[in-house]
Ligand binder design. Structure first.
Ligand SMILES: Cc1ncc(COP(=O)(O)O)c(C=O)c1O
Length: 373
């Protein structure tokens, strides 16, 4: 772990390396230090104190929880929404609550660990994995489920290690054909994908057609912490009544709720942020390709460069850090052996000058380690 001593932003101060450009954060819109977002949190702290000292249903619901949940629902175009202290909690609360005896879950093999653990907790459900993004395999798995009910298809919106998107139009069509409901964890898509940053569902023009969207407040939407389930009122009411992290764990701190609310308002008022993010992704991808890298294709703000062995990825990340660029190398077991990678994550506030400096570091390090000619 590295130790940062300033707010999360395009450039931070790090104890171990001094001032560095950050290409490793989920702060896609750069709202973590946006003053409207920070000030809202401060006002929240003054108004509500440090926290609820309770789970939601006992005495842990402040009015700002309701305001935030209504705002998340209207932002995503669902009937209702419910917050959790993390998306991890939302995902591990969701699947065991809706999938009992006789039900089935079909999950993309590269889904995030929180979906995997959520599905594991639904121990009475029949559980199947389909090959990543393989619609024929998904259909084959759905066909084999017989009269299971309900059937849930679970997928990330944007896959965090690959940066690619779920094939949502096909998934939604298959789900309709086989009477399944679709759960999309759009933690890396919210604020990033779609014209106005409403996520992968907006990107594909499917607003209103995905049954359940889960997501985090710990990435684009202020970067603090917190998660949510956005869905029909009936499903959200069921979560309030029965999902265990909701019943037995404290509420989202009000300060965080206030910051997240301000982040959504800010994004709504500044849709150009999502446009700027896309422009930065395109600029950086083009730059990487020009100097000789071959990043994985994709439309999200995640740009992975596969380099092979774990030690190699980590050594490369260390060398980049020495040149003032903080970008993490990922290896086994986070990704399959032999596919270690440098995962670049862009943000809307990076300037051209910062991106050019980062590209110069990538070029020098690529030559140094023998990846570039
Ligand atoms: C796809 C996905 N889902 C869920 C989570 C967990 O989010 P949180 O930090 O809110 O628990 C993450 C975090 O990395 C993620 O990438």
């Amino acid at each position: 772990m590295r130790h940062i001593t300033t707010p999360m932003a395009s450039e931070v101060h790090m104890e171990e390396a001094g001032d560095v450009i950050v290409l490793s954060s989920n702060n896609y819109l750069g709202l973590a230090d946006q003053h409207e977002v920070v000030d809202a949190g401060k006002r929240g702290l003054d108004r509500y104190g440090a926290g609820t000292a309770s789970v939601r249903f006992i005495c842990g619901t402040f009015d700002v929880h309701r305001t935030l949940e209504r705002r998340i629902a209207s932002f995503l175009g669902t009937e209702s929404a419910l917050t959790y202290v993390s998306c991890w909690n939302a995902n591990t609360g969701l699947f065991p609550t809706i999938c009992d005896e006789g039900s089935a879950i079909v999950s993309d093999e590269l889904n995030h660990a929180s979906i995997i653990d959520g599905v594991r907790l639904a121990s009475k459900a029949r559980r199947e994995r389909f090959r990543h993004g393989d619609m024929q395999d998904l259909e084959a798995k759905l066909q084999a489920l017989g009269d299971a009910f309900p059937i849930v298809v679970a997928t990330d919106g944007v896959f965090s290690m690959e940066g690619d998107l779920a094939k949502l139009p096909e998934i939604v069509a298959l789900a309709k054909r086989y009477g399944a409901i679709v759960v999309v964890d759009d933690s890396h898509g919210t604020g990033v994908m779609g014209k106005t940053g409403r996520g992968t569902v907006e990107h594909f023009g499917l607003t209103g057609e995905v049954d359940v969207i889960t997501g985090t407040l710990g990435k684009s939407l202020c970067g603090a912490a917190g998660g949510f389930i956005a869905a029909s009122r009936a499903l959200v009411d069921t979560m309030i009544q029965r999902s265990r992290p909701q019943l037995f764990s404290n509420a989202l701190p009000a300060t965080v709720a206030c910051s997240a609310l301000a982040a959504i308002e800010y994004l709504d008022a500044h849709p150009e942020l999502a446009t700027r993010l896309r422009e930065n992704v395109a600029y950086f991808r083009t730059g990487l390709t020009r100097i000789g890298y071959r990043p994985l294709d994709g439309q999200s703000a995640i740009v992975p460069i596969i380099v092979g062995e774990t030690a190699f990825a980590i050594a490369m990340s260390d060398k980049l850090l020495k040149r003032g660029v903080f970008v993490t190398g990922f290896g086994y077991p986070v990704v399959p052996e032999g596919t270690a990678r440098i995962r670049v994550q862009m943000n809307a506030k990076l300037t051209r000058e910062e991106m050019d400096r980062a590209l110069a570091a990538f070029e020098a390090v690529g030559k140094d380690v023998g990846l570039l000619g």
